[in-house]
Design a protein around this ligand. Structure first.
Ligand SMILES: [Zn+2]
Length: 117
């Protein structure tokens, strides 16, 4: 299994556990960050917790990046839609399908973000 695959698997695991994907990416590895149901924010790429200085600042940065790229916004919207479906799903093959689509969406999101850098 490649590093990329295990990263996607971690993201899928996070979503299954009820974590929410945030619109901001990890400053170190550019992987989308996730907020756990406990309120903690983690990076599935670095596999560690990310601490923001101020939550209000986080929200402000998030809305700025949404304005910056509408494609990115659409991708994030689709990912959170899939996230809800994935959360409801109890069927293993269905979960697998969602994971595959999510994996492509994450890849595309990474490309969109890479193009902006
Ligand atoms: Zn990271």
């Amino acid at each position: 299994m490649s590093a990329r695959d295990s990263q996607v698997k971690r993201m899928a695991d996070l979503l299954r556990e009820g974590a929410t994907m945030l619109s901001q990416a990890c400053p170190e590895c550019k992987t989308p960050l996730f907020r756990l149901s406990s309120g903690e924010v983690v990076c599935p790429g670095c596999n560690k917790r990310v601490v923001f200085a101020k939550p209000s600042e986080t929200e402000r940065v998030a809305s700025q990046s949404v304005v910056a790229s509408s494609l990115e916004e659409v991708l994030i919207e689709k990912i959170s839609e899939l996230q809800s479906s994935l959360r409801m799903s109890k069927d293993v093959s269905e979960i697998e399908r969602y994971a595959k689509v999510l994996s492509s969406l994450f890849e595309l999101l990474e490309k969109v973000r890479g193009a902006k850098r």
